[in-house]
Design a protein around this ligand. Structure first.
Ligand code: ZN
Length: 271
């Protein structure tokens, strides 16, 4: 499932190529994904000049002259460029045909993604307005984390997955960050020892940065106009590795359910 690194990788790959392009035609092939698509999407988009592609949390913001398309990739969504001659498949729900020779295509087999248009400030949209700071920005600091967690009785893993606390971290990168920080995922947020705030903030920033770099070095598909084969490779340390040896100590990685989500941890390295 795409989280901040996958979304940021797409932004870095696709954003510079669509900036300054005009949408000359659209093909809208779905009426509803997670939310209904605006019925007048075609009329709203044709003729729009794309000025930037930004990211907020796990959302991509395609800023146009007259408004913004807000994309969320859901569980299986992908936004990428294909050559204008590329035939569409059954899960290709939106094509933005750009001047030049490319289509900006949104594909989503499981249809949990979101496509919304707003002509107001997208950061004030109800989906985004409550987002906490971006984890890779300075505002997300040890003192900030302490303020947000020290009265909360929920597991620290659930706290860092709350987009109101910090934007863009889902189950995968919460697992990876807690492993890197050596913190047991079920630790009550209020019980975390204060010396762990900096460890956890640094681990989150480090894991996300590594994953963005891994993705950005594997963006050929976005540059050649081919359909991507999946999200971009990042070698997880612990996520999905139940029973495999911990990369730090060699003992078997365990799995439990926490807040309904698969949670992987090393019982020796994470206290
Ligand atoms: Zn270990």
């Amino acid at each position: 499932m795409p989280e901040l690194p996958e979304v940021e990788t797409i932004r870095r790959a696709v954003g510079p190529q669509v900036r300054g392009k005009r949408i000359i035609h659209t093909n809208v092939r779905a009426t509803k994904l997670r939310h209904p698509l605006p019925p007048e999407l075609d009329r709203l988009l044709v003729g729009q000049l794309i000025v930037a592609m930004d990211r907020r949390g796990k959302y991509l913001l395609l800023r146009c002259k007259g408004g913004t398309i807000i994309f969320h990739l859901g569980m299986t969504g992908m936004l990428y460029l294909v050559k204008a001659s590329s035939p569409h498949g059954k899960h290709d729900h939106l094509d933005l045909v750009l001047d030049g020779s490319y289509i900006l295509r949104f594909t989503d087999p499981r249809r949990f993604g979101t496509i919304i248009w707003t002509d107001n400030d997208p950061l004030q949209h109800p989906l985004l307005v409550a987002h906490g700071p971006e984890p890779l920005e300075a505002e997300f600091s040890a003192s900030y984390l302490y303020l947000k967690r020290h009265r909360r009785k929920i597991p620290i893993k659930q706290l860092i997955m709350d987009s109101r606390v910090v934007a863009g971290i889902g189950n995968i990168y919460a697992n990876e960050s807690l492993f890197r920080a050596g913190i047991a995922p079920q630790t009550s947020a209020s019980d975390l020892s204060p010396d762990k705030d900096l460890l956890l903030v640094d681990a989150i920033k480090g894991v996300l940065t590594d994953a963005v770099e891994a993705g950005t070095s594997n963006i050929e598909s976005a540059l050649t106009g081919e359909r991507p084969q999946g999200y971009f490779p990042y070698e997880f340390s612990i996520y999905g590795k139940k029973g495999r040896p911990c990369p730090k100590c060699g003992s078997a990685i365990r799995m439990m359910r926490l807040g309904g989500r698969s949670t992987f941890f090393c019982p020796l390295c994470q206290k």
